[in-house]
Write a protein that binds this ligand. Sequence first.
Ligand code: ZN
Length: 344
Amino acid sequence: MHKMLHPKADVERLYIPRKDGGRGLIDVETAFKTATIGLDHYLKHKEGQYPKQVLEHERSKAKNSISKNATKFKREVTMPEIENREDKSASENAKALKHVFKSRMKSMKEEKWKNKALHGQYPKILEKPHVDTVTTNKWLSSNLKGETEGLLVAAQDQAINTRNYQKVICGQPVESKCRLCSQHEETVDHIVSGCEVLAKTEYISRHNNAAAYLHRSIGKDHDIEITDKWYEHEPETVIHNKDNNITIMWDMPVNTERTITANRPDIIVKDSVNSTCKLIDMTVPSDRNIALKETEKKMQVQRPRTRNTENVAYENRSDPCGCWCAWYSEEGYGRKHQESIRKS
Ligand SMILES: [Zn+2]
């Protein structure tokens, strides 16, 4: 794992599938145990002379026989009794058994990951109803360099060498407050989105870069000529498509009949053919305040929407996003809300 696994990052997470937030490696131990259990089941249920002879030979071994090992491995994960279906072949039944064993092993690993005080914070956030896990974990399948991925995963595991980590986890006699603002504990979360000193510079430039990327993608969707490299893209205040019916505005204030403070969405896409106008405002929140930021942004966009005097229909589309934080799932949140109404 040359520089691809941070020394303090979580090891359990290595063997959890990427779609579930892990790094998708195949665990050799699990693969061996699964194959042994499958083979044992196959030999016991396959008709014919040769499987019976192999089974007999295996049973005569004092230790490390397939069937003894299979029983031992099944006991480790407390496997439920799987019925051998007569309408299926021996290999199909063995496959079904292997599948059950593999998923038991996977859930044991997930449980172990979640139960860790430090590394377990991230998987617990993923379980919250407002988190869209599919979109949140998409970045793990985007072919990033191994070293970059390793560092981001370590940050999610809270295993970066911050002052709080040095004091609380390593027990070193150091000051745990942030070395920039000296106000709050220096944790990964604080550095990523909570420091007042960084807010004035780094957070603004991060926000502007992400919004510029979005601006460029929207422009490309409407066949507007735009720079090839996203990092060279500097959004112009107003751009139009060839037919002049789509206007994209960057950081433009919306005129309203009454004065409101948040009247400057990041991007406005005006479609004169369908008489629609999209107000896009984005934020790069930390995993912990994603739901709060979503509500905040929606309220901000709502105000110019309801107070606008222009005769166009507006579509509210605010999306808090970041390359490595949890993504908001409106559907999940709505579902949870409906459940709570039903209960009360
Ligand atoms: Zn700070």
